[in-house]
Write a protein that binds this ligand. Structure first.
Ligand code: BTN
Length: 319
């Protein structure tokens, strides 16, 4: 009920208690109690006789009901499981998926104490400064196409960020979102599969939001950035999460129904690591050469100086 009430409050200025109780099919007292509960959670709501309730400000906390109230989707982010602090949202999402949670279920946390990055690295985040979320997908695609999902996610997150903040995101293959040469977003795609069948995919997304330029810890201070550091705005994290869900859902549907081609074009338009020399550190070794494109499966095409060509499936790219 809280998310439906918040959806009504987000839709306009004043909403009368009568309209709310009719729409939600609950008593006026129940409405009043929920308004009180919202206020206790940090929402500023003006109550005026004969006019009703007016939401003036929402807190920057990743409450499940808040994200659910903001999404304009069929399934993505309609069911949110929110934690204050977890080691990582990835295992929580795997657990939810194993227990049968449906496609589009989103796991979010205000804090991760043991965040996981790509290639076995850690992903360190500061409490309430970032977005840490993991989305459950159940695509009916061949296993070999699963890596493409990571590129779909990168395009979706880039578009969502640009809707809420005045910054332009580029993508470093496969899915690091970069702004002015620094990393703003990391995406970790994990899947559960048999040799011939994909069971589910977890797309983990970490977005640096509120850190000041000097607040990044030593290890990443020269290579990481945040939305605030780039444009001086502290965006509302639930608003951005909902926007990611909106963008991701339609791009994902387009990808599942019509294939990778349209996504590939959108991805290439933002590509930072193409048509230039790169160093690719892969699990099979380090290759240095010219990155001249991506395949229809989403792998990076790299040509070494000796003419040898490689299709890179997984790597850390240095420009
Ligand atoms: C990278 O190495 O660039 C990927 C980082 C992915 C971080 C996100 S934050 C939400 C989810 N939970 C994790 O532990 N990792 C991913």
């Amino acid at each position: 009920m809280k998310s439906l009430l918040l959806r009504l409050l987000l839709a306009g200025d004043y909403v009368s208690g009568e309209v709310i109780s009719e729409q939600l099919n609950v008593s006026r007292t129940a409405v009043w109690k929920q308004i009180k509960a919202l206020k206790e959670q940090g929402y500023t709501i003006q109550s005026t006789t004969n006019k009703g309730y007016n939401l003036l400000q929402a807190p920057d906390t990743v409450y499940a009901h808040d994200i659910e109230a903001r999404v304009q989707t069929k399934t993505f982010g309609r069911d949110v499981i929110a934690y204050d602090s977890v080691p990582s949202t990835q295992p929580m999402a795997h657990q939810a998926a194993t227990n049968g949670s449906h496609e589009g279920t989103l796991i979010v946390a205000n804090e991760q104490t043991e965040g996981r990055g790509r290639l076995g690295r850690e992903w360190v985040v500061e409490k309430e400064q970032t977005i840490s979320m993991s989305l459950i997908l159940r695509p009916t695609i061949p296993l070999t196409r699963a890596p493409q999902l990571t590129l779909v996610a990168a395009v979706a997150v880039a578009r969502a960020i640009e809707k809420v903040a005045p910054i332009d995101c580029e993508i470093k293959w496969p899915n690091d979102l970069m702004v002015n040469g620094k990393k703003l977003v990391g995406i970790l795609t994990e899947m559960a599969a048999d040799p011939d069948q994909l069971h589910y995919v977890i797309v983990g997304i970490g977005i640096n939001c509120h850190q000041g330029k000097m607040e990044f810890h030593n290890q990443v201070k020269d290579v990481a950035t945040s939305i605030y550091a780039e444009c001086g705005q502290k965006i509302n994290r639930s608003t951005l999460i909902a926007e990611v869900m909106n963008e991701f859902e339609w791009l994902y549907q387009s990808y599942v129904n019509d294939g990778f081609q349209a996504i590939k074009t959108l991805w290439e338009a933002r590509a930072l690591s193409l048509q230039q020399r790169v160093i690719a550190r892969t699990p099979k070794g380090t290759f240095s050469g010219f990155a001249y494109g991506i395949t229809d499966e989403g792998q990076l095409r790299l040509r070494e100086d000796n003419g040898q060509e490689h299709l890179i499936y997984s790597a850390d790219i240095e420009l």
